[in-house]
Write a protein that binds this ligand. Structure first.
Ligand SMILES: Cc1cc2nc3c(=O)[nH]c(=O)nc-3n(C[C@H](O)[C@H](O)[C@H](O)COP(=O)(O)OP(=O)(O)OC[C@H]3O[C@@H](n4cnc5c(N)ncnc54)[C@H](O)[C@@H]3O)c2cc1C
Ligand code: SF4
Length: 333
Protein backbone atom coordinates (compact mmCIF):
# COMPACT_ATOMS: atom_id res chain seq x y z
CA UNK A 1 0.00 0.00 0.00
CA UNK A 2 1.12 3.57 -0.75
CA UNK A 3 0.97 6.49 1.65
CA UNK A 4 -1.99 8.81 1.19
CA UNK A 5 -0.97 11.53 -1.32
CA UNK A 6 -1.27 15.22 -0.42
CA UNK A 7 -4.87 16.33 -0.85
CA UNK A 8 -7.28 19.01 0.29
CA UNK A 9 -10.12 17.72 2.45
CA UNK A 10 -13.47 19.50 2.20
CA UNK A 11 -16.26 18.78 4.65
CA UNK A 12 -19.45 20.36 3.29
CA UNK A 13 -22.41 20.52 5.65
CA UNK A 14 -25.07 20.65 2.93
CA UNK A 15 -25.47 19.41 -0.63
CA UNK A 16 -25.29 22.87 -2.25
CA UNK A 17 -21.92 23.45 -0.61
CA UNK A 18 -20.74 20.02 -1.79
CA UNK A 19 -21.83 20.77 -5.35
CA UNK A 20 -20.12 24.15 -5.32
CA UNK A 21 -16.85 22.67 -4.09
CA UNK A 22 -17.05 19.97 -6.75
CA UNK A 23 -17.73 22.51 -9.50
CA UNK A 24 -14.71 24.56 -8.40
CA UNK A 25 -12.40 21.53 -8.11
CA UNK A 26 -12.71 19.38 -11.24
CA UNK A 27 -10.15 16.89 -9.86
CA UNK A 28 -11.97 16.45 -6.55
CA UNK A 29 -13.64 13.15 -5.66
CA UNK A 30 -16.50 12.70 -3.24
CA UNK A 31 -15.90 10.22 -0.47
CA UNK A 32 -18.68 8.74 1.68
CA UNK A 33 -17.64 5.71 3.78
CA UNK A 34 -14.31 5.58 1.95
CA UNK A 35 -14.23 1.78 1.98
CA UNK A 36 -13.71 1.58 -1.79
CA UNK A 37 -12.14 4.90 -2.75
CA UNK A 38 -9.52 5.01 0.02
CA UNK A 39 -8.37 1.49 -0.86
CA UNK A 40 -7.89 2.55 -4.49
CA UNK A 41 -6.00 5.67 -3.37
CA UNK A 42 -3.72 3.63 -1.09
CA UNK A 43 -3.04 1.31 -4.04
CA UNK A 44 -1.96 4.29 -6.14
CA UNK A 45 -4.80 3.72 -8.59
CA UNK A 46 -6.45 7.05 -7.85
CA UNK A 47 -4.59 10.29 -7.04
CA UNK A 48 -7.26 12.96 -6.38
CA UNK A 49 -5.93 16.35 -5.28
CA UNK A 50 -9.08 16.99 -3.23
CA UNK A 51 -11.63 14.88 -1.39
CA UNK A 52 -15.15 16.01 -0.55
CA UNK A 53 -16.24 14.13 2.55
CA UNK A 54 -20.02 13.63 2.45
CA UNK A 55 -20.29 12.06 5.90
CA UNK A 56 -21.37 15.35 7.51
CA UNK A 57 -23.55 16.53 4.62
CA UNK A 58 -27.13 17.08 5.80
CA UNK A 59 -30.00 15.48 3.93
CA UNK A 60 -28.21 12.39 2.68
CA UNK A 61 -29.27 10.19 5.61
CA UNK A 62 -33.02 10.55 5.17
CA UNK A 63 -35.46 7.78 4.46
CA UNK A 64 -39.22 7.69 3.98
CA UNK A 65 -41.83 5.09 3.17
CA UNK A 66 -45.15 6.31 1.78
CA UNK A 67 -47.68 5.67 -1.02
CA UNK A 68 -45.04 6.54 -3.64
CA UNK A 69 -42.56 3.98 -2.35
CA UNK A 70 -39.42 3.76 -0.28
CA UNK A 71 -36.83 6.54 -0.52
CA UNK A 72 -33.34 5.97 0.82
CA UNK A 73 -30.70 8.71 1.17
CA UNK A 74 -27.38 8.03 -0.55
CA UNK A 75 -25.52 8.60 2.71
CA UNK A 76 -27.34 5.86 4.67
CA UNK A 77 -25.00 3.12 5.80
CA UNK A 78 -25.65 -0.41 4.62
CA UNK A 79 -26.08 -1.46 8.23
CA UNK A 80 -28.79 1.14 8.73
CA UNK A 81 -30.57 0.13 5.51
CA UNK A 82 -30.61 -3.54 6.53
CA UNK A 83 -32.10 -2.60 9.88
CA UNK A 84 -35.02 -0.54 8.51
CA UNK A 85 -38.33 -2.31 9.02
CA UNK A 86 -39.89 -1.40 5.64
CA UNK A 87 -36.76 -2.66 3.88
CA UNK A 88 -36.78 -5.97 5.75
CA UNK A 89 -40.55 -6.40 5.38
CA UNK A 90 -41.19 -5.26 1.81
CA UNK A 91 -37.88 -5.10 -0.06
CA UNK A 92 -36.10 -8.11 1.43
CA UNK A 93 -33.59 -8.50 -1.44
CA UNK A 94 -32.23 -5.06 -0.52
CA UNK A 95 -31.71 -6.05 3.12
CA UNK A 96 -30.13 -9.34 2.01
CA UNK A 97 -27.74 -7.45 -0.28
CA UNK A 98 -26.73 -4.92 2.38
CA UNK A 99 -25.92 -7.76 4.78
CA UNK A 100 -23.95 -9.57 2.06
CA UNK A 101 -21.51 -6.69 1.50
CA UNK A 102 -18.01 -7.42 2.81
CA UNK A 103 -18.06 -7.69 6.63
CA UNK A 104 -19.72 -5.90 9.54
CA UNK A 105 -17.31 -2.94 9.66
CA UNK A 106 -17.73 -2.26 5.93
CA UNK A 107 -21.50 -2.35 6.38
CA UNK A 108 -21.23 0.17 9.22
CA UNK A 109 -19.16 2.64 7.16
CA UNK A 110 -20.08 1.81 3.56
CA UNK A 111 -22.96 3.83 2.14
CA UNK A 112 -25.63 3.25 -0.46
CA UNK A 113 -24.22 5.96 -2.79
CA UNK A 114 -20.70 4.55 -2.51
CA UNK A 115 -21.94 1.04 -3.18
CA UNK A 116 -23.82 2.04 -6.32
CA UNK A 117 -20.80 4.00 -7.57
CA UNK A 118 -18.27 1.33 -6.67
CA UNK A 119 -15.43 1.13 -9.18
CA UNK A 120 -15.37 -1.94 -11.44
CA UNK A 121 -12.95 -4.68 -10.42
CA UNK A 122 -10.33 -6.85 -12.10
CA UNK A 123 -7.55 -9.16 -11.02
CA UNK A 124 -5.07 -7.03 -12.98
CA UNK A 125 -6.34 -3.70 -11.63
CA UNK A 126 -7.07 -4.14 -7.90
CA UNK A 127 -3.40 -4.62 -7.08
CA UNK A 128 -0.66 -2.61 -5.47
CA UNK A 129 1.26 0.03 -7.42
CA UNK A 130 4.41 -2.12 -7.68
CA UNK A 131 2.41 -5.12 -8.90
CA UNK A 132 0.66 -3.13 -11.61
CA UNK A 133 3.89 -1.40 -12.59
CA UNK A 134 5.69 -4.75 -12.87
CA UNK A 135 2.93 -5.88 -15.23
CA UNK A 136 3.01 -2.70 -17.35
CA UNK A 137 -0.31 -1.53 -15.86
CA UNK A 138 -3.38 -2.04 -18.13
CA UNK A 139 -5.84 -0.12 -20.30
CA UNK A 140 -8.02 0.88 -17.35
CA UNK A 141 -5.13 2.58 -15.61
CA UNK A 142 -1.98 4.00 -17.27
CA UNK A 143 -1.25 0.94 -19.46
CA UNK A 144 -1.63 0.14 -23.12
CA UNK A 145 -2.98 -3.39 -23.15
CA UNK A 146 -5.73 -5.40 -21.54
CA UNK A 147 -4.28 -8.49 -19.84
CA UNK A 148 -7.68 -10.19 -19.92
CA UNK A 149 -8.18 -9.80 -23.67
CA UNK A 150 -4.83 -8.69 -25.14
CA UNK A 151 -5.23 -7.01 -28.50
CA UNK A 152 -8.64 -5.60 -27.63
CA UNK A 153 -9.55 -2.09 -26.58
CA UNK A 154 -12.46 -3.00 -24.31
CA UNK A 155 -12.18 -3.24 -20.52
CA UNK A 156 -14.09 -6.17 -19.00
CA UNK A 157 -13.57 -5.18 -15.34
CA UNK A 158 -16.65 -6.46 -13.51
CA UNK A 159 -19.19 -4.40 -11.60
CA UNK A 160 -19.20 -6.17 -8.24
CA UNK A 161 -21.58 -4.20 -6.03
CA UNK A 162 -24.26 -6.12 -4.14
CA UNK A 163 -26.89 -3.39 -3.79
CA UNK A 164 -27.52 -2.51 -7.44
CA UNK A 165 -29.06 -5.84 -8.54
CA UNK A 166 -31.32 -5.91 -5.47
CA UNK A 167 -32.54 -2.40 -6.26
CA UNK A 168 -32.89 -3.02 -10.00
CA UNK A 169 -35.51 -5.73 -9.42
CA UNK A 170 -37.59 -3.12 -7.56
CA UNK A 171 -37.48 -0.65 -10.47
CA UNK A 172 -35.18 1.72 -8.57
CA UNK A 173 -34.87 5.38 -9.59
CA UNK A 174 -31.82 7.45 -8.68
CA UNK A 175 -31.87 11.11 -7.65
CA UNK A 176 -28.91 13.08 -8.91
CA UNK A 177 -28.00 16.69 -8.04
CA UNK A 178 -25.71 19.08 -9.90
CA UNK A 179 -25.33 22.86 -10.06
CA UNK A 180 -27.78 22.73 -12.99
CA UNK A 181 -30.52 21.19 -10.82
CA UNK A 182 -31.70 17.69 -10.14
CA UNK A 183 -32.67 14.77 -12.29
CA UNK A 184 -34.22 11.38 -11.59
CA UNK A 185 -33.23 8.42 -13.76
CA UNK A 186 -33.83 4.67 -13.67
CA UNK A 187 -30.98 2.99 -11.81
CA UNK A 188 -30.37 0.86 -14.91
CA UNK A 189 -29.45 4.05 -16.80
CA UNK A 190 -26.76 4.93 -14.27
CA UNK A 191 -24.56 2.22 -15.76
CA UNK A 192 -22.68 1.68 -19.00
CA UNK A 193 -21.32 -1.57 -20.32
CA UNK A 194 -17.71 -0.37 -20.14
CA UNK A 195 -15.33 -1.44 -17.36
CA UNK A 196 -13.28 1.73 -17.83
CA UNK A 197 -16.17 4.15 -17.66
CA UNK A 198 -19.16 2.37 -16.17
CA UNK A 199 -21.04 5.31 -14.63
CA UNK A 200 -23.23 7.70 -16.59
CA UNK A 201 -22.60 10.42 -14.01
CA UNK A 202 -21.16 13.82 -14.97
CA UNK A 203 -18.15 15.15 -13.06
CA UNK A 204 -20.27 17.75 -11.26
CA UNK A 205 -23.04 15.34 -10.20
CA UNK A 206 -23.69 13.71 -6.82
CA UNK A 207 -26.23 11.00 -6.07
CA UNK A 208 -28.56 12.04 -3.26
CA UNK A 209 -30.90 9.07 -2.98
CA UNK A 210 -32.71 6.09 -4.46
CA UNK A 211 -36.44 5.35 -4.62
CA UNK A 212 -38.05 1.93 -4.89
CA UNK A 213 -41.49 1.55 -6.46
CA UNK A 214 -44.37 1.21 -3.95
CA UNK A 215 -46.31 -1.16 -6.20
CA UNK A 216 -43.54 -3.73 -6.06
CA UNK A 217 -42.95 -3.51 -2.30
CA UNK A 218 -44.13 -6.68 -0.58
CA UNK A 219 -43.31 -8.98 -3.50
CA UNK A 220 -41.26 -12.05 -2.57
CA UNK A 221 -37.59 -11.19 -3.09
CA UNK A 222 -34.07 -12.21 -2.17
CA UNK A 223 -30.41 -11.81 -3.04
CA UNK A 224 -27.64 -14.41 -3.03
CA UNK A 225 -24.00 -14.31 -4.01
CA UNK A 226 -21.04 -16.63 -4.36
CA UNK A 227 -17.71 -15.44 -3.00
CA UNK A 228 -14.31 -16.88 -2.20
CA UNK A 229 -14.30 -15.97 1.52
CA UNK A 230 -17.73 -16.37 3.07
CA UNK A 231 -17.10 -13.78 5.78
CA UNK A 232 -15.86 -10.89 3.63
CA UNK A 233 -15.72 -10.70 -0.12
CA UNK A 234 -17.01 -9.19 -3.31
CA UNK A 235 -19.42 -11.33 -5.34
CA UNK A 236 -17.85 -13.62 -7.93
CA UNK A 237 -21.44 -13.78 -9.10
CA UNK A 238 -24.65 -12.56 -7.50
CA UNK A 239 -28.36 -12.73 -8.32
CA UNK A 240 -31.37 -10.81 -7.02
CA UNK A 241 -34.87 -12.10 -7.69
CA UNK A 242 -38.32 -10.54 -7.16
CA UNK A 243 -41.50 -12.38 -8.05
CA UNK A 244 -45.24 -12.44 -7.47
CA UNK A 245 -47.62 -15.39 -7.85
CA UNK A 246 -51.23 -15.28 -8.95
CA UNK A 247 -53.76 -17.13 -6.75
CA UNK A 248 -53.82 -19.97 -9.31
CA UNK A 249 -50.08 -20.50 -8.89
CA UNK A 250 -49.05 -18.90 -12.19
CA UNK A 251 -46.42 -16.21 -12.19
CA UNK A 252 -47.71 -12.62 -12.15
CA UNK A 253 -44.31 -10.90 -12.21
CA UNK A 254 -40.64 -11.86 -12.30
CA UNK A 255 -37.48 -9.75 -12.27
CA UNK A 256 -33.92 -11.08 -11.96
CA UNK A 257 -30.73 -9.01 -11.86
CA UNK A 258 -27.11 -10.14 -11.86
CA UNK A 259 -23.88 -8.70 -10.54
CA UNK A 260 -20.19 -9.63 -10.74
CA UNK A 261 -20.47 -11.09 -14.23
CA UNK A 262 -20.58 -8.02 -16.52
CA UNK A 263 -19.08 -4.50 -16.41
CA UNK A 264 -22.49 -3.28 -15.23
CA UNK A 265 -25.27 -4.80 -13.10
CA UNK A 266 -27.63 -6.56 -15.46
CA UNK A 267 -31.42 -6.85 -15.36
CA UNK A 268 -32.23 -10.09 -17.19
CA UNK A 269 -34.11 -9.71 -20.44
CA UNK A 270 -36.74 -12.29 -21.35
CA UNK A 271 -38.26 -12.98 -17.93
CA UNK A 272 -41.70 -11.90 -19.23
CA UNK A 273 -41.83 -15.18 -21.14
CA UNK A 274 -42.54 -16.96 -17.83
CA UNK A 275 -45.50 -14.79 -16.81
CA UNK A 276 -48.80 -16.65 -16.69
CA UNK A 277 -47.00 -19.98 -16.28
CA UNK A 278 -46.45 -22.23 -13.31
CA UNK A 279 -42.78 -22.82 -12.58
CA UNK A 280 -41.81 -26.47 -12.93
CA UNK A 281 -38.39 -27.99 -13.50
CA UNK A 282 -38.37 -27.10 -17.21
CA UNK A 283 -39.17 -23.43 -16.56
CA UNK A 284 -36.59 -23.20 -13.77
CA UNK A 285 -33.97 -24.73 -16.05
CA UNK A 286 -34.88 -22.17 -18.70
CA UNK A 287 -34.45 -19.35 -16.14
CA UNK A 288 -31.04 -20.78 -15.22
CA UNK A 289 -30.04 -20.85 -18.88
CA UNK A 290 -31.27 -17.29 -19.42
CA UNK A 291 -29.01 -16.06 -16.62
CA UNK A 292 -26.03 -18.06 -17.91
CA UNK A 293 -26.50 -16.75 -21.43
CA UNK A 294 -26.66 -13.09 -20.45
CA UNK A 295 -23.75 -13.27 -17.99
CA UNK A 296 -20.44 -12.46 -19.66
CA UNK A 297 -17.79 -13.11 -17.00
CA UNK A 298 -14.21 -12.76 -18.16
CA UNK A 299 -10.88 -13.68 -16.56
CA UNK A 300 -11.14 -10.75 -14.12
CA UNK A 301 -11.06 -12.82 -10.91
CA UNK A 302 -9.06 -15.81 -9.65
CA UNK A 303 -12.12 -17.95 -10.35
CA UNK A 304 -12.64 -19.15 -13.93
CA UNK A 305 -15.33 -17.46 -16.07
CA UNK A 306 -17.06 -20.75 -16.92
CA UNK A 307 -17.53 -21.45 -13.22
CA UNK A 308 -18.94 -17.98 -12.51
CA UNK A 309 -21.36 -18.36 -15.42
CA UNK A 310 -22.57 -21.71 -14.07
CA UNK A 311 -22.86 -20.33 -10.54
CA UNK A 312 -24.86 -17.27 -11.53
CA UNK A 313 -27.35 -19.52 -13.35
CA UNK A 314 -27.57 -21.84 -10.35
CA UNK A 315 -28.12 -18.91 -7.96
CA UNK A 316 -30.87 -17.43 -10.12
CA UNK A 317 -32.58 -20.82 -10.48
CA UNK A 318 -32.40 -21.75 -6.80
CA UNK A 319 -33.55 -18.39 -5.52
CA UNK A 320 -36.44 -18.25 -7.99
CA UNK A 321 -37.55 -21.76 -6.99
CA UNK A 322 -37.35 -20.96 -3.27
CA UNK A 323 -39.26 -17.69 -3.59
CA UNK A 324 -41.88 -19.27 -5.87
CA UNK A 325 -42.49 -22.11 -3.42
CA UNK A 326 -42.65 -19.73 -0.46
CA UNK A 327 -45.03 -17.32 -2.19
CA UNK A 328 -47.96 -19.74 -2.15
CA UNK A 329 -51.28 -17.92 -1.89
CA UNK A 330 -53.87 -19.50 0.45
CA UNK A 331 -56.09 -20.27 -2.58
CA UNK A 332 -53.25 -22.33 -4.15
CA UNK A 333 -53.39 -25.16 -1.70
C1 LIG B 1 -12.17 -6.02 1.84
C2 LIG B 1 -13.34 -5.37 1.14
C3 LIG B 1 -14.42 -6.16 0.79
C4 LIG B 1 -15.50 -5.59 0.12
N1 LIG B 1 -16.54 -6.40 -0.22
C5 LIG B 1 -17.61 -5.86 -0.86
C6 LIG B 1 -18.72 -6.68 -1.19
O1 LIG B 1 -18.76 -7.88 -0.89
N2 LIG B 1 -19.74 -6.13 -1.87
C7 LIG B 1 -19.77 -4.81 -2.22
O2 LIG B 1 -20.74 -4.35 -2.83
N3 LIG B 1 -18.74 -3.99 -1.88
C8 LIG B 1 -17.67 -4.48 -1.19
N4 LIG B 1 -16.63 -3.67 -0.83
C9 LIG B 1 -16.62 -2.26 -1.26
C10 LIG B 1 -17.24 -1.28 -0.28
O3 LIG B 1 -16.97 -1.60 1.05
C11 LIG B 1 -18.76 -1.13 -0.45
O4 LIG B 1 -19.13 -1.20 -1.80
C12 LIG B 1 -19.29 0.18 0.15
O5 LIG B 1 -20.70 0.19 0.11
C13 LIG B 1 -18.81 1.40 -0.60
O6 LIG B 1 -19.41 2.53 0.00
P1 LIG B 1 -18.55 3.73 0.57
O7 LIG B 1 -19.50 4.72 1.11
O8 LIG B 1 -17.49 3.26 1.49
O9 LIG B 1 -17.90 4.24 -0.81
P2 LIG B 1 -16.67 5.23 -1.02
O10 LIG B 1 -15.41 4.46 -0.97
O11 LIG B 1 -16.79 6.43 -0.16
O12 LIG B 1 -16.97 5.68 -2.52
C14 LIG B 1 -16.96 4.74 -3.58
C15 LIG B 1 -17.17 5.50 -4.90
O13 LIG B 1 -18.46 6.08 -4.92
C16 LIG B 1 -18.38 7.49 -5.11
N5 LIG B 1 -19.47 8.05 -4.32
C17 LIG B 1 -19.72 7.85 -3.00
N6 LIG B 1 -20.86 8.46 -2.64
C18 LIG B 1 -21.33 9.07 -3.76
C19 LIG B 1 -22.48 9.86 -4.04
N7 LIG B 1 -23.39 10.15 -3.09
N8 LIG B 1 -22.63 10.33 -5.30
C20 LIG B 1 -21.74 10.05 -6.28
N9 LIG B 1 -20.64 9.30 -6.08
C21 LIG B 1 -20.45 8.81 -4.83
C22 LIG B 1 -16.98 7.88 -4.65
O14 LIG B 1 -16.52 9.05 -5.29
C23 LIG B 1 -16.19 6.65 -5.08
O15 LIG B 1 -15.89 6.74 -6.46
C24 LIG B 1 -15.51 -4.20 -0.16
C25 LIG B 1 -14.43 -3.41 0.22
C26 LIG B 1 -13.35 -3.99 0.85
C27 LIG B 1 -12.20 -3.11 1.25
S1 SF4 C 1 -10.27 -6.05 -18.08
FE1 SF4 C 1 -8.29 -5.52 -19.02
S2 SF4 C 1 -8.25 -3.28 -19.13
FE2 SF4 C 1 -9.88 -3.87 -17.73
S3 SF4 C 1 -8.94 -3.80 -15.70
FE3 SF4 C 1 -8.75 -5.92 -16.44
S4 SF4 C 1 -6.78 -6.01 -17.48
FE4 SF4 C 1 -7.29 -3.86 -17.19
Amino acid sequence: MEYMPDFHLHRPTNIDEALEIKAQNPGARVVAGGTDLLVNIRRGIEQPDALIDLSGTRGLNMFSDDHEGLSLGAGLSLKMIASLEPVRDKYKAVADAALAVAGATHQAYGTLGGNLCLDTRCLFYNQSEWWRKSNAYCLKERGEICHVAPGGTFCFAAFSGDMAPAMLVFGAQVDIESPAGNRRIPLADLYRNDGMDHLALAADEIITGVSLAAGLGGDASGYEKARVRGSIDFPLAGAAVRLRRNPDGTLADLAIALTGVNPMPHLLKGTDAFLGKKLGEAELDAIRDLARKQAKPMRTTTVAPWYRRRVVGALARRLTAELYDAAVEPEDT
